[in-house]
Design a protein around this ligand. Structure first.
Ligand SMILES: *Cc1c(COP(=O)(O)O)cnc(C)c1O
Length: 424
């Protein structure tokens, strides 16, 4: 492994001289091969590389999250909202014409049918309930494309809690419809003018806010990233996807084990949810698909595992896109939801151990996959989700294989891009 590099910008905003090592030592009861260990690590990745000033917030969360989310009361409330508010279970749909096209069996896990149009609400519902149990009254979040911001503003409206969403100033101007949605939902959107004015900078600002408001505020992180216990907590909330998949596969194919599961990977939360209950079923092939952007060799990419090296970003040791000085390089993808310069530590570990395979798909191929699904099945997918579909072009599949694609979101938010590109 290359020498661990520290992202200097993160380092400076916290005004600390030295990064502490992981601050946690208390054991949790999990010790499976692909689960987080008692110190918050997945193999060599993860941990809580936080400045001392954030210790109180993180420690409270880390000490209480399992006890809360595993309580009967929590599970009951969570399940009820997933059913009646989010609209779960999401269907597992056998895509007949797409299957015929590829000469195999393809099933789509329809997360695009959830309220607000993606898997993101599974996590924000879980975290808003947790925040309430912790007695928090003020919610903060970061957002890039605005999808997580909208999902957070939605649950804050649902529960009547104050909501502040940090968003890079550049993203605010690029994602106007989502900014307006958040405002209509009652959230305050704070444009962040530091750095590249995008997601990474918004995350820095949210962390700074949290440090200044440790008493009343909960920070809802939008993916399986950030310090322990976030990656584990978010993966657990999203794991409802694979819980349902197992039941639905058993019903529809006679076996709960598919040949492979494919999911797109930005931070990695929809993939983590789709993989979660299959992690120990090693006969099931797990495939994550990153955004190659204009191609991994062009530098205009967001395929973190393809071009990244180990380092620390947003308080987690993981793989990231950085230059020789450890400065984060700006990611690029046509899909705003995938251009994050890091990846969750679980995925870094699955990559390192070979448990999951990671491919990437370019903008061009992804757009063709959007059109293919649209015209074969009458489903317009999100740009992000179409990365998983694009991988079907690359892998060898047998006629009897059962392939499950996690269709993370709906394409309604991407219509402008589609109309521009396809010229309708
Ligand atoms: C945000 C988003 C993603 C990427 O986030 P992950 O944490 O990697 O799942 C993927 N698909 C959709 C539809 C999204 O909104």
């Amino acid at each position: 492994m290359r020498k661990l590099k520290i992202n200097k910008e993160e380092y400076q905003i916290f005004g600390i001289k030295k990064l502490p090592s992981s601050v946690f030592s208390l054991p949790t009861f999990l010790n499976m091969k692909y689960q987080v260990n008692e110190k918050g690590y997945y193999g060599e990745f993860g941990g809580a590389w936080i400045p001392e000033m954030m210790y109180t917030n993180i420690d409270e969360l880390k000490c209480r999250y399992l006890e809360i989310i595993e309580s009967e009361e929590f599970k009951k409330e969570f399940d009820l909202l997933l059913r009646d508010y989010v609209g779960r279970p999401s269907p597992l749909y056998f895509a007949g014409r797409l299957s015929e096209h590829y000469g195999t069996n393809i099933y789509l896990k329809r997360e695009d049918l959830n309220h607000t149009g993606s898997h993101k609400l599974n996590n924000t519902i879980g975290q808003i309930l947790l925040a309430q149990k912790l007695g928090k009254t003020r919610i903060i979040a970061e957002t890039g494309a605005g999808q997580h911001g909208v999902a957070t503003a939605t649950v804050c409206a649902l529960k009547g809690l104050e909501c502040i969403v940090y968003m890079g100033a550049l993203d605010v101007s690029r994602q106007e419809p989502n900014v307006k949605k958040m405002k209509m939902l009652g959230a305050m959107v704070v444009p962040v003018h530091s750095g590249n004015k995008t997601l990474k900078d918004a995350t820095n600002e949210a962390m700074r806010d949290w440090i200044n408001n440790p008493e009343d505020t909960h920070y809802i992180i939008g993916s399986v990233v950030g310090p322990h216990p976030y990656p584990d907590m978010v993966a657990r909330f999203q794991s409802v996807i694979s819980t349902e998949m197992k039941i639905q596969l058993k019903e529809q194919t006679g076996s709960e084990f598919p040949t492979r599961i494919l999911a797109c990977v930005g931070g990695g939360s929809n993939a983590a949810g789709a993989f979660y209950h299959f992690l120990d079923d090693e006969q099931v092939e797990l495939i994550g698909v990153e955004a190659a952007g204009k191609g991994i060799e062009t530098g205009e990419t967001a395929a973190t595992l393809a071009v990244g090296t180990p380092g620390v970003l947003h308080a987690s040791k993981t793989m990231l896109m950085q230059n020789a000085d450890g400065q984060i390089t700006e990611p690029y993808s046509i899909s705003a939801g995938l251009d994050y310069p890091g990846i969750g530590p679980l995925h870094a570990h699955l990559h390192k151990t070979g448990r999951a395979k990671f491919l990437s798909a370019t903008d061009e191929v992804v757009l063709q996959s959007v059109l293919l699904l649209t015209q074969k099945e009458g489903i317009i997918p999100a740009l992000e989700s179409a990365h998983a579909l694009a991988a079907l072009e690359k892998i060898a599949m047998k006629p009897e294989d059962v392939n499950v694609i996690n269709l993370s979101g709906s394409g309604s938010k991407d219509m402008e891009t589609y109309l521009d590109y396809f010229g309708y």
